[in-house]
Design a protein around this ligand. Structure first.
Ligand code: AP5
Ligand code: MG
Length: 215
């Protein structure tokens, strides 16, 4: 895993900036439905979906010594070092760039500095979809998922810590980027929430002069 992330815009990502396609940060607390909604958006829009959590779990699954360290941090519900995750995201974007009509960056940025890094190194974010869900609903969803997920962080103690990290460290991202943030009440059914996502993403595509898929 390469850990050297320059703070300058990287030339190999110029192609992404030239494409003028949407770059959507998909944010929300643990279990707020980021992954579920991203799956639906991928189907409708043909976007590339990059989940920072999934990229980190892939690194853990690779069995590398770095993966072991990352797993310990995820097990504690704390954030991993930001250069690690930015580099994983950058590599994943480059891999998918030729075939994507846009990018969903799921679970990133999780602290204000990550947002600044991303916009400096990769490209400006077009819009933020923020899924707002009360803690007790997120806990219920995650404990339910824990029965089958096999995730090291789907247990009561780690969920508590993940929520704490979200409130303390990640929420300021929505404040800092308030003008780009669409706050979505994400307590309803997945289909209801998707309707709101769709309206906002369609609008974003129009603003960028990109084609909007038929309904
Ligand atoms: P990550 O993998 O991103 O986990 P998370 O943010 O805690 O969120 P989840 O993936 O658990 O939930 P989700 O919002 O995707 O919801 P989902 O659709 O799955 O991060 C894990 C860890 O990695 C972090 O704690 C950190 O250590 C590290 N990390 C990740 N990114 C990082 C970064 N940028 N910087 C540093 N460290 C980072 O849904 C959850 C459940 O609810 C599912 O069972 C689903 O079926 C259900 N559900 C979904 N929608 C609904 C609905 N509308 N109604 C009822 N049930 C629903
Ligand atoms: Mg997820």
């Amino acid at each position: 895993m390469g850990l050297c992330v320059g703070k300058r815009r990287t030339p190999e990502l110029q192609a992404l900036r030239d494409k003028n396609i949407p770059i959507i940060w998909v944010l929300g607390g643990p279990g707020s439905g980021k992954g579920t909604q991203c799956e639906k958006m991928v189907k409708r829009y043909g976007f590339g979906h990059l989940s920072s959590g999934d990229l980190l779990r892939d690194e853990v699954a690779s069995g590398s010594p770095k993966g072991k360290e990352l797993n310990e941090m995820m097990q504690k519900g704390i954030l991993v070092p930001r250069e690690v995750v930015l580099d994983l995201i950058k590599q994943a974007i480059l891999k998918k760039l030729a075939n994507a009509n846009g990018f969903l960056i799921d679970g990133y940025p999780r602290e204000v500095e990550q947002g600044e890094d991303f916009e400096k190194v990769i490209a400006p974010c077009s819009i933020i979809l923020y899924f707002e869900v009360p803690d007790e609903v997120m806990i219920e969803r995650l404990l339910n998922r824990a029965k089958s997920s096999g995730r090291v962080d789907d247990n009561e103690e780690t969920i508590k810590k993940r929520l704490e990290t979200f409130h303390k460290v990640s929420k300021p991202v929505m404040q800092k980027y308030a003008s780009k943030t669409v706050t979505i009440d994400a307590q309803g059914s997945a289909d209801e929430i998707f309707k709101v996502c769709k309206a906002n993403v369609d609008k974003c595509l129009k603003t960028l002069g990109q084609p909007v898929p038929p309904n």
